[in-house]
Each structure stands twice: as structure tokens, then as C-alpha cells.
Design a protein around this ligand. Structure first.
Ligand SMILES: NC(=O)c1ccc[n+]([C@@H]2O[C@H](COP(=O)([O-])OP(=O)(O)OC[C@H]3O[C@@H](n4cnc5c(N)ncnc54)[C@H](O)[C@@H]3O)[C@@H](O)[C@H]2O)c1
Ligand SMILES: [Zn+2]
Length: 349
């Protein structure tokens, strides 16, 4: 088993192993006495893995309840969030009980937010089942739901008490969701470099538990290192937004029809182009980044002009005094937060 310790406002373990779902109860029993547990999942994940997790918890003496909602981002709203809170209250959950978020980032964000606010905060465990949630959303304690006027507009910083990653769940993940996760995965390669480079250059397959386990471990270690230094994103944590400034514009312009990770990959390509043209990112690393994006078949998104994207940044108030903050790759493993005048951005493209 791979274990990464996170030392944030809470200290917790991220455990990574094939077939870990079967021992979720045992793992949780090492840190939490018997109590009521609400397992929150969407319908797809519930059908695939709900029984395995519930059985494991019941075997270890936990009193298990389940809350299931229709899959997809459209469920990540105040109504589903309110329904989870009502379910907790009607089932007489107390502050010593537990929420388990079993699923992708939608489940993790929403169940985490419910846990952070029910009775001013009860414990929760993340059990991520998409590549994106394993390497990104389940770690770091950002929880949220969407409002009609924007994504993740209501939320909190609230760390889980444990993250349990079963790499075997990736074998049922659709290819589109795998690609979605790899967009964020390539982001970690550019942020950190090191051991991630050969693993990702070789090619990562969901079916190989060892190599994907190592990849996930390196990604969450990278995220944990940053979160430990800047949990509430006052500065350093913004590095995790590498590729995201353009990605958010593309997502919005596409009316959220293009998956987030694919937009991050395109954002990474654009910012690498800019940095390369500015003479900051060297040829070798620039080519490595572009080759990786091609290796994982990240599509070029050419439907929107630079002006369209900049207009969205303006509306989203990301522009201050004509300047905008970007995370600029100088080399693989050396990314820096910099403010660039918008006029210059347009000239560079
Ligand atoms: N909190 C954070 O730091 C953070 C970071 C990045 C993204 N996010 C959030 O994460 C969300 C996206 O997460 P996501 O991409 O995991 O989406 P998701 O949770 O909607 O999952 C994607 C789809 O995959 C299905 N699925 C999940 N696991 C499966 C499995 N093992 N086998 C088969 N199907 C499976 C789900 O039912 C769903 O239909 C967004 O809401 C985003 O805002 C949060
Ligand atoms: Zn992202």
C-alpha cells in the first residue's frame, strides 16, 4: 500500500491500493469508533461499488445509511446539498458520526461540503473513484456546490479525516473520464517534473495497478506539499491553477460541454506557447509538454478566439489594472505565478 501523510489543519492519511474498497470498514475503524455512517454516492457509482463499501462497513460494526443522487455536475447544487443535510438530520446523525463520499469530484465536493456544515462540521472520508478525484479533488479540503450563476460559488475549506483510493475502480471508468483526469495529471508533471516524467512518458494504463498507484501517489504528494504550505490559497496554492486561467474561459465559452480536464490540457498548451514565445520556457521542455498532450490525445480546441477568452477573464474579474495573473512554466518542475499585461498576452499569441 502507498501512504501519503497530509499535514494541514488536520493531519490525515491518503492510502492507495488495489481493492481497498473491500477494507474501507477496517481502514476507518483504525481512526473512528463505531458510529452511524452515511455513504453518499451518485447512481452509477452506487450501483458499481455501493454494496462493497456498505458490506465492509457493516462487517466492522458501523450503522450504515446510504444517500444516492443522479450522476453529473447538474446535481452539484443547493437542492441536493440540502437533501443530504435533511437526510442526516432525519436519520439523527450527531457530531460524532461520519460521512463517506464514494465517487468522483461531484460527490466528494458536495458530500464534503455537507459534512463541513452539518452541526458545524462532522468527520468525512473521501473514497474517490475517478482519476480526477483521486489525483486532485479528494485531497486538499476544498468543498463546494454550484450556484446557477457559477461553479463552486458556495463552499468551504474542510479537510477529510482520511482518503482511501482503490485503483481497481478505474477499470470501470469510461475513457472520456480517464482523459479528463489525465488533463490534471499532465499539469502535475509540468508543476513537479521529477519521477512523474518517465512514468507519464511511458504511458499510464488503468489496468496496471502498480504504475497507476505510483502515478497517483506522486500527484497527491505534489498537491499535499502545496496545500500544507498554503491551505486557504492565499498565494502558493495558486500554482495548482496552472493551465486553469484559459481552461476556465474555454469551459464557460463551451457552456460546460467540454470536460474540465480537457480544457486544462488546452490551457496548459496555450500558457506553454506564451511562455515559450516569451523566451522563458526552453525548447526541450516545451516540446516535452506538447508531446505529452499529444500522447494522451488531448484535443486542440480552436473554436474560441483569444479575444473571446480574454473577454471571459474580464467578466470573471480576473483582470486587475489591465494585468492578469498566470502560472507560467519556465521549465518542467519550475512554474511561477506572474502578472502579465493583457495587451502583451494578445501580442504573444
Ligand atoms: N475540490 C477540489 O479541489 C476540486 C478539484 C478539481 C475538480 N473539482 C470538482 O470535481 C468535479 C468533477 O469531478 P469528476 O470529473 O470526478 O466528475 P464526476 O464526479 O461527475 O464523475 C464523472 C462521471 O464518472 C462516473 N464515475 C465515477 N467513478 C466511476 C467509476 N469508477 N466507474 C465508472 N463510472 C464512474 C460518475 O458517475 C460520473 O458520471 C467538478 O465538480 C469540479 O468542480 C474539485
Ligand atoms: Zn482543475
Amino acid at each position: 500500500m502507498e501512504i501519503v501523510k497530509v499535514h494541514a489543519s488536520k493531519t490525515y492519511d491518503i492510502k492507495i491500493e488495489k481493492d481497498l474498497l473491500y477494507t474501507v470498514g477496517e481502514e476507518i475503524s483504525t481512526i473512528k469508533p463505531k458510529c452511524k455512517v452515511l455513504v453518499v454516492s451518485d447512481d452509477i457509482v452506487h450501483d458499481l461499488y455501493g454494496k462493497i463499501v456498505a458490506d465492509s462497513l457493516i462487517t466492522c460494526g458501523y450503522n450504515v445509511f446510504e444517500y444516492t443522487f443522479p450522476h453529473g455536475e447538474k446535481s452539484k447544487n443547493l437542492i441536493t446539498y440540502g437533501n443530504i443535510l435533511n437526510f442526516l438530520a432525519e436519520s439523527a446523525f450527531t457530531r460524532s458520526d461520519l460521512v463517506v463520499a464514494l465517487g468522483g469530484g461531484v460527490t466528494g465536493d458536495m458530500a464534503g461540503f455537507a459534512a463541513s456544515t452539518y452541526m458545524r462540521g462532522i468527520d468525512y472520508v473521501q473514497v474517490p473513484t475517478t482519476l480526477l478525484s483521486m489525483i486532485d479533488s479528494s485531497v486538499g479540503g476544498k468543498t463546494a456546490v454550484d450556484l446557477p450563476s457559477g461553479k463552486n460559488l458556495v463552499g468551504s475549506f474542510y479537510q477529510p479525516i482520511m482518503v482511501l483510493i482503490d485503483t481497481a475502480t478505474l477499470t470501470t471508468l469510461p475513457c472520456t473520464e480517464y482523459k479528463n483526469g489525465m488533463g490534471e495529471g499532465i499539469k502535475y508533471v509540468v508543476l513537479d517534473g521529477g519521477e512523474l516524467i518517465p512514468i507519464v512518458e511511458k504511458g499510464i494504463r488503468c489496468s496496471c495497478a502498480n504504475e497507476i498507484g505510483k502515478f497517483i501517489k506522486l500527484c497527491v504528494t505534489s498537491k499535499a506539499n502545496i496545500v500544507e504550505k498554503d491551505e486557504k490559497e492565499s498565494n502558493l496554492r495558486r500554482l495548482l491553477n496552472l493551465g486553469h486561467t484559459f481552461a476556465h474561459s474555454i469551459e464557460k465559452l463551451s457552456n460546460y460541454t467540454i470536460p474540465h480536464g480537457v480544457c486544462v490540457a488546452e490551457g496548459l498548451r496555450i500558457i506553454s506557447d506564451i511562455s515559450h514565445k516569451q523566451g522563458k520556457l526552453n525548447d526541450l521542455d516545451y516540446n516535452k509538454i506538447i508531446n505529452l498532450l499529444e500522447k494522451y490525445e488531448m484535443p486542440r480546441i480552436t473554436d474560441y478566439s483569444m479575444q473571446d477568452m480574454i473577454n471571459v477573464m474580464n467578466v470573471d474579474k480576473k483582470v486587475e489594472n489591465g494585468n492578469i495573473n498566470f502560472v507560467i512554466p519556465y521549465a518542467i518542475g519550475d512554474c511561477r505565478i506572474e502578472s502579465i499585461p493583457l495587451d502583451k498576452v494578445k501580442d504573444l499569441i
